[in-house]
Design a protein around this ligand. Structure first.
Ligand SMILES: [Cu+2]
Length: 146
């Protein structure tokens, strides 16, 4: 009887957790000659993102333009880095060798409201300097998802 009850609880917990695990999707951001594809990528919370074809490129997150408490990343040259995207929000990154060519991108994780997007745009406008301002072109194209 106790075993049956425990099994019922176990199955209920599985039913709650599994959909999130099963539905998690894998995404690839491919490095082209001087651009990331897709440079603006929308993913769900729990999805995995990996860079590919990074031969002469790298991916480095931009300080202050990833969600509060999120893990920053610094991919080495040629590294197909898979950043941890455990927080909902917008992550900006650049390819350091080609930032001047506009080889930059954003990953939008989960639902973003218009207000959150507006605040993010303002922060980007206020803090990005020099070639990092190439990110503004991408950030201005982000659409609210909620
Ligand atoms: Cu590059």
């Amino acid at each position: 009887m106790i075993i049956k009850k425990m099994l019922t609880i176990f199955l209920a917990v599985c039913a709650f957790i599994l959909p999130n695990v099963v539905n998690a999707a894998d995404h690839t951001i491919k490095a082209g000659a001087r651009a990331f594809e897709d440079a603006i990528l929308y993913v769900a919370e729990g999805d995995k993102v990996q860079f590919s074809n990074m031969n002469s490129h790298n991916s480095v997150s931009v300080e202050g333009l990833i969600p509060e408490g999120a893990t920053a990343w610094t991919g080495g040259l040629g590294e197909n880095v898979a950043p941890l995207l455990e927080k909902r929000g917008i992550y900006s990154y650049v390819c350091q060798p080609h930032i001047g060519f506009g080889m930059v991108g954003v990953i939008v994780v989960g639902d973003i409201t218009a207000d959150e997007l507006a605040a993010y745009k303002q922060k980007a406008m206020d803090t990005l300097e020099g070639p990092f301002r190439r990110l503004l072109g991408k950030i201005n194209k982000i659409k609210p998802t909620k």
